[in-house]
Design a protein around this ligand. Structure first.
Ligand code: ATP
Length: 235
């Protein structure tokens, strides 16, 4: 199987308002795919449609060769797509351990994954008894990534993982994510408004504007085009 995720001519939105308009995308095995685009472009809406929070109006979402459109979010997560939302990924009033136990209790394969995650993220044990809401923003983000990884068998979908992080924390996150793909054999789909993290990590970058992809390609090519458009053409 060469693709972990295949999106074909997808349309979705809220109520009767179309947001995602005819989007197609491929995520290969062990590939990191980035989606960049301005505020309101539709990145979150696309990710929510993949995860089943929104039902596709038309088109297909295919995971490991199976159509998953129409399935509930719970089913989709059980099939092995991990999700790190932009906000609200951790339960702030619970400890780090309780957050992990909660997710690990729902998904039976999670305990096996937890062994690998302990090695990759010392925070899990070092801060086990700390209330999650008292972790720094960067640490909460790491916990949120850990929770996504507990259920990600083949694919982790992340919405703006670097949002609100200081440059040092961003660098840490970036090397951590590199480590993840190498160590756990996962593919990543990452949406970001700020292209810096995505362009460092991704094999392929898609540019979203007004609910559609307007360009895609290798990160270096995409960055050059974006800088040119922004600075010289004022677009
Ligand atoms: P950002 O980078 O700011 O998070 P985004 O690219 O993720 O932006 P979306 O959050 O997907 O963009 O928003 C796309 C469009 O959908 C926007 O016009 C937004 O106002 C609209 N939208 C988002 N959520 C809802 C909702 N629950 N109901 C109605 N419209 C919504």
């Amino acid at each position: 199987m060469s693709n972990v995720l295949e999106i074909k001519n997808l349309k979705s939105g809220y109520g009767s308002v179309l947001i995602i308009n005819d989007v197609s995308l491929l995520v290969g095995v062990n590939e990191v795919v980035g989606i960049i685009g301005p505020n309101g472009a539709g990145k979150t809406t696309l990710l929510k449609t993949i995860l089943g929070y929104l039902k596709p109006w038309s088109g297909d979402v295919i995971y490991l060769g199976k159509r998953i459109n129409g399935l509930s979010t719970e089913k989709i997560v059980q099939l092995g797509i991990g999700y790190v939302p932009e906000r609200g990924g951790v339960l702030k009033t619970l400890t780090v351990r309780e957050n992990i136990e909660l997710v690990a209790g729902i998904f039976k394969e999670a305990s096996e994954r937890l062994r690998d995650l302990r090695r990759l993220f010392p925070l899990i044990d070092e801060r086990a008894s700390q209330i999650a809401g008292t972790l720094s923003g960067g640490e909460q983000k790491i916990l949120s990534v850990v929770l996504g990884l507990l259920t990600a068998k083949k694919l982790l979908v992340m919405d703006e993982p670097s949002a609100g992080l200081a440059p040092v924390a961003r660098k840490k996150l970036s090397s951590m994510l590199k480590n993840i793909t190498n160590n756990l054999g996962l593919s990543l789909l990452i949406a970001e408004q700020d292209p810096s993290l995505v362009t460092v990590l991704s094999d392929v970058v898609y540019v979203m504007e007004r609910g559609s992809f307007v360009r895609s390609g290798r990160p270096d090519e995409i960055v050059k085009t974006e800088i040119l458009r922004e600075h010289y053409l004022g677009l």
